[in-house]
Design a protein around this ligand. Structure first.
Ligand SMILES: Cc1cc2nc3c(=O)[nH]c(=O)nc-3n(C[C@H](O)[C@H](O)[C@H](O)COP(=O)(O)OP(=O)(O)OC[C@H]3O[C@@H](n4cnc5c(N)ncnc54)[C@H](O)[C@@H]3O)c2cc1C
Length: 555
């Protein structure tokens, strides 16, 4: 159920804007805040509706009725997002998980938040040299949105039984414990408590921070429930965006000023689709748009099509789960009932002052290690561990109340790539899966899994239950379902670079062969960072806003 919303800010209808930003995820919100701070007249359009209580959201669990704590405020309801019967907040025209509500992915994600490493923004990781000094932008991000590794408002950590178990396991492999975001560049043989972008025991992120400052400005307007299908252009010049809301302008068209700009921040699948529907991208994707009677009418003349590698060379972290049991663990019923019937004492505690178990999502401990593959390429492995296990396939008898899961990802340095695009219904979808297509990536993740389990016997009471001893790790990885291997960390669909045969946007995030169309979202990131991507993305969005403001010719 998507609820009608109260307006968050006055919308100025029918007047041209300096900047129209499409999509209120982390990329769009940060760009909107920084551009409106600079005095530009900014319109932020979002296809979904409100999320957190602060934004007018009303999707509240029965046990939290009478509060304004929605599903998107209470961190621990993260697991329920995947199990409730009417999950209206997922985009219904994208075949992978994507949030279609205010905040985009940051309103429905696990909240894991890593300050970027210098290597994340290195030339080796695909960034132009001019982008590598990320520190001023990362500092701006941290100032607005500091991370926490103890999200409960009483400062205590809850449900941390697996920390001493993992500490014993990993110390046997030469790992040391650190406070992860205190030393972002240390990502080899380290572990620590998971860090989040939560504030005051609630989901925080850009919605609770950057958006709130933007909303206070009279030169900023926000409009939700507004779907942008394409940009309107005159050759290389964008003049307006086409929406589905005819109350916003003739035929739903909203214009920009004569030197105005449009920024696409609709996420990896959303931005690619808008580009295809604007006649920008590979010819096979534009052909699919031509085949759709409604969308075809909005395409520019064929002579204005712009051939760019939109959707090519994408990556996402391949991830493989190991499931263990240990007598000290409370698997928390794998969070099965937190939406409908949470543990009463925990619900009471959370409602009282946003403290306790429910103030955090499920990950508790993270760790990293560097590997060099047989191709000489360095790669990082990230481990994310949580109490509980959603899918256990084992021949062993085990105690389900003592399970925990270690999800093993490959990140920085992976060489596998895929392709994303649309199908004949214009639904966004992976066209070529990007996980472990390069055998060296596969060999490295198998090595990483072998290393993680190499010291199990040294930890008293610890048992690996999945995979069991009827499966080799090699077969386990070989037979792992691609549907379970994805991590929702798509990057690269409109990556930045200097060569339009390999990249879609230039160093200033301007789409090649256009005068005034930009992209600021996860799709500009050329290669995966070391950890979950939102920290790198938010730092990149800070840098993007500064570059766009500095670029001559604009408003
Ligand atoms: C289930 C899940 C868990 C995740 N967990 C983590 C995690 O723990 N840590 C981490 O770092 N990352 C995590 N991620 C990834 C992270 O959330 C994304 O990388 C990030 O949100 C991408 O931001 P974005 O700005 O590119 O796009 P999005 O966050 O996807 O935002 C795009 C916005 O644009 C809107 N939009 C789309 N199309 C249109 C249109 N045509 N017109 C108008 N509006 C439109 C959407 O509704 C949405 O609000 C997770 C992602 C998912 C799906």
């Amino acid at each position: 159920r998507s609820s009608a919303s109260k307006p968050l800010a006055p919308t100025v209808i029918g007047t041209p804007y300096d900047y129209i930003i499409v999509g209120a995820g982390p990329g769009g919100i940060i760009a909107a805040d920084r551009l409106s701070e600079a005095g530009k007249k900014v319109l932020l359009l979002e296809r979904g509706g409100p999320s957190t209580g602060e934004t007018g959201g009303t999707y509240i669990a029965d046990w939290a009725q009478g509060t304004n704590l929605t599903m998107f405020d209470i961190p621990d309801l993260y697991e329920s997002l995947f199990t409730v019967t009417n999950p209206w907040y997922w985009c219904d025209d994208i075949t992978v998980y994507a949030g279609c509500l205010l905040g985009g992915g940051t309103s429905i994600n696990g909240g894991l938040y890593w300050y970027p490493t210098d290597e994340d923004f290195s030339v080796e990781n695909g960034w132009p040299k001019s982008w590598t000094n990320h520190t001023p932008y990362t500092s701006k991000m941290v100032q607005r949105l500091p991370s926490t590794d103890h999200p409960s408002t009483d400062g205590k950590r809850y449900l941390e039984q697996l920390e001493p178990v993992l500490a014993q396991l990993l110390q046997g492999q030469g790992y040391s414990q650190i406070t992860i975001n205190d030393s972002p560049n240390l990502k080899d043989h380290v572990f620590g408590y998971s860090a989040f972008d939560f504030l005051n025991g609630k989901r925080g992120g850009p919605v609770a921070t950057y958006l709130q400052t933007a909303l206070k400005r009279s030169n900023f307007a926000y409009k939700d429930h507004t779907l942008v299908s394409n940009v309107v252009r005159n050759g290389s010049t964008i003049t307006a965006v086409q929406t589905n809301d005819t109350s916003l302008g003739p035929n739903g068209i909203i214009p920009i000023t004569s030197n105005g700009r449009v920024i696409l921040s609709a996420g990896s699948y959303g931005t690619a689709r808008i580009l295809f529907q604007s006649g920008i991208g590979p010819s096979d994707m534009i052909s699919l748009v031509e085949g759709n009677a409604v969308a075809a009418k909005n395409l520019p003349p064929k002579s204005d099509y712009i051939n760019l590698p939109v959707g090519m060379n994408i990556s996402d972290n391949p991830s493989i789960n190991l499931v263990f049991t240990h007598p000290s663990i409370d698997a928390y019923d794998d969070w099965a009932d937190v939406w409908s019937d949470p543990r009463p004492a925990d619900a009471r505690q959370y409602l009282k002052d946003q403290s306790g178990v429910l103030a955090g999502t499920t990950p508790k401990v993270n760790f990293w290690r560097s590997y060099t593959g047989s191709d000489g390429q360095q790669r990082y492995m990230q481990g994310t561990s949580r109490p509980g296990a959603s899918l256990v396939n084992t021949s062993y008898a085990y105690n389900a109340s003592q399970t925990f899961t270690v999800t093993t990802y490959l990140s920085w340095g992976i060489t596998s790539r895929g392709r994303l695009g649309i199908n004949t219904s214009l639904t966004g979808t992976p066209l070529v899966n990007p996980w472990l297509t390069d055998p060296v990536d596969k060999a490295v993740i198998i090595q990483a899994l072998e290393d993680i389990i190499s010291t199990v016997s040294r930890v008293e009471g610890l048992t690996l239950i999945m995979p069991d001893n009827t499966t080799t790790l090699h077969d386990y990885v070989d037979n792992y379902s691609p549907d379970a291997m994805g991590s929702n960390h798509w990057v690269g669909a409109t990556k930045l670079g200097s060569d339009p045969s390999l990249a879609v946007v230039d160093e200033n995030l301007k789409v090649f062969s256009t005068d005034n169309l930009f992209v600021v979202d996860a799709s500009i990131i050329p290669k995966l960072p070391t950890g979950n991507p939102q920290g790198t993305l938010m730092s990149a969005a800070e840098q993007a806003a500064a570059r766009i403001l500095a670029l001559s010719g604009g408003p």
